[in-house]
Ligand binder design. Sequence first.
Ligand SMILES: [Zn+2]
Ligand SMILES: [Zn+2]
Length: 219
Amino acid sequence: MREIATELWLFSGFPPNAVNVYLAADVLIDAATRWGKRRLLKQLGNRSLSLVALTHVHPDHQGCAAMLCRRYQVGLACHEADVATMQGERPMQPPNAIVRTASRFWAGPPYPVSPVLHEGDSVAGFRVIHAPGHTPGHIVLFRDQDRVAIVGDVLNGMNIFTGLPGLHLPPSVFCTDEEENRRSVRRLAELEPRILCFGHGPPLRDRKAFDRFLKRIAL
Ligand SMILES: [Zn+2]
Ligand SMILES: [Zn+2]
């Protein structure tokens, strides 16, 4: 893994940046698909964890969450509006055939959520910002001191079908409410982030590229 900002590391993976996992101090942010076990354990080495936190509950973000929480004896945190999905009380959102198929191949088992996250909570020095639309409980983690934003899938830093880097809104088939997600992008823009750390795609430090993208999608 490599350090992309103070006390924030990005796990390596193959293909690079296809499915991102971060370590913020000793908090794991997102947990890949269930096939990521070897990759994550190898890179964690003998580090300790204090928490596994999810930007949102999708099969490519919660896959190893239950396994890691059991192994490290730590809690699993996600926003209250995604708790039912993580606990297996509601299907992955939105409940369409593509998301259902992705879940069958990638998702990890349900696991009880604790602590439940709310707007304004703090996770490893990052502020929890509720940013729904991709899923009901999607969050952005924002660190005010250096304006680093972990944005999950509010925005993709690559074309998730071709793997080519570039800013995109997440495909509508994976979103519960596209208009709401656009409002979340606007909210993210108002924070004036200096580094965008995506669920998919390489970190972006180019503010002008972000501004051009905002103009392109008419935000
Ligand atoms: Zn997602
Ligand atoms: Zn994703």
